[in-house]
Design a protein around this ligand. Structure first.
Ligand code: F6P
Length: 341
């Protein structure tokens, strides 16, 4: 068989582990693997190279993607979908393995409907792909963000400051909730709920009245903030830091973790997840199970119809929100307990 593989969307730790597993497993089957560079754009423009165990040696532990990536979606470019079909036919590919997040996999689902044989592998530090328990990259990003918050804790305590840490997550708060809980944040602002400056400040003052001298507020970048008099173009973290400082009188500092959360070596759990997904993808192709998404948690894998990714984004479960509400001042609790404006 000839199998094409691509990585699309934002990079994350664990992509190379998945590529390595695909190549190793395919090689055992005597399949040939063609790597497309820069995501779907590489398929359209035929930017590609042969991948063997030599090219994929020693990449299990490395961050990023040896195939490079792009946020290119064929359906948004005239002739893009036809170009993908043409490449698959003319390059005599028996299947594609598409490693991506919500956007890249939505393109994959649409392309699968045109009859292109493919399987998808979910990856994103946002952990918001529907159909799987876990996405490649999330575990490492939680560990990276939690370690950073731990470090912010000690400097915040030393200076009696209000420390605001902004983490990635434009539409869902998986990373903010998990890293915030794991690092013992005092408040977590999530995109799922609008954050009220006045109410959040009130809750922080209450904490300090009870003896705390510093607080850590974790803010997802997609947090919607209201209670501010005029619209702001500042990041959610910056708005929260300024507003809390103004309302409480406490000295505040903002740390934006940004792309640090996407960089570096994958955690052992992400290596395991990515490797199991890579093996499952090649097995699915040999079983003829196309138009599937590989789903799982690193221990077991299942196949689900890839069209499920088009249903939206995987939301935070109530169980996790419950933990956040019990142990931190989360946006929702602030809304219900804060003072009326
Ligand atoms: O890949 C997902 C993600 O990291 C989001 O959490 C973040 O909002 C976005 O990508 C950033 O994208 P870019 O790297 O293109 O700025």
């Amino acid at each position: 068989m000839r199998v094409g593989v691509l990585t699309g969307g934002g990079d994350c730790p664990g992509l190379n582990a998945a590529i390595r597993a695909i190549v190793r497993c395919a090689t055992l089957n005597q399949d040939e693997v063609i790597g497309f560079h820069h995501g779907w754009r590489g398929v359209v423009e035929r930017e590609m190279s042969l991948l063997t165990t030599t090219e994929t040696k020693g990449i299990l532990q490395s961050g990023g993607t040896i195939l490079h990536t792009d946020r290119y979606h064929p359906e948004q470019h005239p002739g893009g979908m036809d170009a993908v079909r043409r490449t698959v036919n003319e390059e005599r590919l028996d299947a594609l393995v598409v490693i991506g997040g919500d956007g890249t996999l939505t393109s994959a689902s649409r392309i699968a409907r045109l009859g292109v044989p493919l399987v998808g592998i979910p990856k994103t530090i946002d952990n918001d792909v529907i159909g799987t328990m876990k996405c490649i990259g999330f575990d490492t990003a939680v560990a990276t963000a939690a370690e950073a918050i731990d470090r912010v804790h000690t400097t915040g305590e030393s200076h009696d400051r209000l420390m605001v840490v902004e983490v990635m997550g434009r539409t869902v708060g998986w990373l903010a909730a998990c890293a915030g809980i794991a690092a013992g944040a005092d408040a977590i602002c999530l995109p799922e709920v609008e954050t009220d400056f006045d109410a959040l400040a009130h809750a922080i003052v209450q904490r300090h009245d009870l003896g705390s001298t510093s607080s850590i507020v974790v803010v997802a970048e997609g947090t919607r903030v209201f209670g501010s008099r005029k619209k702001s173009t500042a990041s959610a973290g910056a708005q929260v830091a300024l507003a809390l400082s103004n309302r409480t009188g406490y000295d505040s500092r903002l740390t934006v973790l940004g792309h640090i959360q996407r960089g570096g070596a994958p955690s052992p759990s992400d290596r395991l997840l990515a490797t199991s997904f890579g093996v499952a993808a090649i097995d699915a192709i040999h079983a003829g199970s196309f138009a599937s998404l590989i789903s799982g948690d690193g221990i077991s894998t299942q196949l689900v119809p890839i069209e499920r990714v088009e249903e939206g984004r995987r939301q935070l479960p109530d169980s996790l929100l419950h933990v956040a509400h019990r142990l931190t001042v989360s946006s929702e609790r602030v809304r219900s307990s804060g003072p009326k404006r």
